[in-house]
Write a protein that binds this ligand. Structure first.
Ligand code: ADP
Ligand code: MG
Length: 410
């Protein structure tokens, strides 16, 4: 098929395109480093060459759209529309949909995202958010029932465009890493911590040469139909209690120890979500370093999700975490992004302390508040039953909050 003329004369196409398609076109073209005009040209040429009629695209509410095509192509395309008895708007929508289908984003275009869920305070919901976020990223959005969808994002027409594109970017291969020696995440999903001395993330970090079992073999699939085979966990290790002291004696770049261990897993996952320990030691330094923005990585891809509560000690803990991030970014000349805050176990009945604290979190502006989650029973029930929350209570508010967070982070 002829490729679009570059350098030749172009003429303006003025038509209409449904907002979700226009948005998807813009994002995909950017991902593939292609101009929108070349993408549309390719799409129209493929549409013209396509032997069979293409499925009708819903063009209700299409908005004005303009781009530039090689001279003569628009007229030829319009002629084809007449012959095929479709409107120009329908023809263009089909051509763009065809281009999107024929130009998927390859794995190489999307490096593994690294999200660490942190706060050195215990009991604020790091583990709950790690698990819920990972599950929501792994779910196939096209299989959600209306009752499972987070209403705040689906009801707003203005968000329809981003929903279409975001939906295309969920259903990901996700790894949860239980990086807290207490092993709550592993336990909640029915797994035991790896025994002392056996190969684990910790041996791969501190004793790489001696570790025999590849880390992928230590990961365990979460066996629930809705995650397909996309969601896995790297369980905690008993030895994790020794990690901070082990890193003190570590010969080599200790801040890069987690990165060097997890590197072997990255090709197998689109996103790695790490449940951090409630501490600010060397293990945490290694996690923060791992979440830094890599060369060429898009903003908003990797970084910190910080779980907090609406009370004063959470604000103090946040301040200390941010200080630690500040030292690392200046020591290693790296950029670490705060992807957002999750205000958890929020209860406005607690009065002024709760409401004014929430206002303070919101007034930060950056990082933004990704979700405000109440104290909800399904979370505790899922933990007790050792089930993944989104499989145990897929229609619960807690599950919907997790989907909202996942969508805001994609
Ligand atoms: N929104 C919530 N509603 C009710 N219980 C919650 C909520 N978030 C967390 N929990 C429960 O609170 C406890 C502490 O949460 P967890 O995620 O383990 O915190 P952390 O990892 O920060 O120590 C757990 O029993 C968890 O199930
Ligand atoms: Mg925890």
């Amino acid at each position: 098929m002829a490729s679009p003329t570059s350098g030749g004369e172009r003429e303006k196409l003025v038509s209409k395109l449904p907002a979700p398609l226009r948005q998807a076109l813009k994002v995909r073209a950017a991902q593939l480093s292609t101009d929108v005009q070349d993408a549309v040209t390719d799409g129209i040429q493929a549409w013209r060459a396509h032997p069979e009629p293409l499925p009708t695209v819903d063009t209700a509410g299409a908005e004005s759209f303009g781009t530039w095509l090689p001279e003569g192509l628009y007229d030829a395309f319009k002629q084809d529309c007449v012959t095929r008895e479709v409107s120009y708007i329908q023809g263009l929508a089909q051509a763009v949909a065809l281009w999107l289908a024929q130009n998927p984003v390859g794995d190489e275009a999307a490096p593994t995202r690294r999200i660490i869920v942190c706060n050195q305070k215990g009991g604020v919901g790091k583990t709950a958010v790690t698990a819920g976020l990972a599950q929501a990223l792994a779910e196939d959005p096209s299989e959600l029932t209306p009752a499972e969808k987070p209403s705040e994002l689906t009801d707003e027409p203005g968000d329809a465009a981003s929903m279409a594109e975001v939906a295309a970017r969920l259903g990901l291969r996700v790894l949860m890493v239980d990086y807290d020696p207490q092993g709550h995440l592993s336990h909640q999903l029915g797994l035991k911590a790896i025994p002392a001395g056996a190969d684990s993330l910790i041996t791969h970090m501190l004793n790489r040469e001696q570790a025999k079992t590849p880390l992928l073999d230590l990961t365990v699939a979460i066996d629930e139909a809705r995650f397909g085979d996309r969601l896995r966990i790297l369980p905690a290790a008993f030895d994790a209690f020794l990690l901070d002291s082990g890193l003190t004696m570590f010969r080599g770049p200790r801040h890069a120890a987690l990165e060097r261990a997890l590197a072997q897993l990255e090709e197998h996952f689109d996103v790695i979500v790490i449940d951090c320990p409630p501490s600010l030691g060397l293990a945490m330094d290694a996690a923060i370093y791992y979440s830094r923005r890599r060369d060429g990585e898009k903003p908003g891809s990797s970084g910190l999700v910080i779980t907090v509560e609406a009370e004063d000690t959470s604000a103090q803990a946040y301040g200390m975490l941010i200080n630690q991030v500040g030292s690392l970014t200046s020591d290693y000349e790296i950029e670490v992004e705060q992807l957002g805050l999750v205000v958890n176990k929020y209860d406005s009945r607690r009065g002024y302390i709760a409401t004014s604290s929430l206002d303070k979190w919101r007034s930060l502006g950056s990082p933004s508040v990704l979700a405000v989650i109440g104290d909800l029973k399904e979370q505790r029930e899922a933990v007790r039953l050792q089930r993944a929350l989104l499989a145990y209570a897929p229609e619960s508010d807690q599950a919907k909050h997790m989907r909202t967070i996942a969508r805001r982070l994609t």
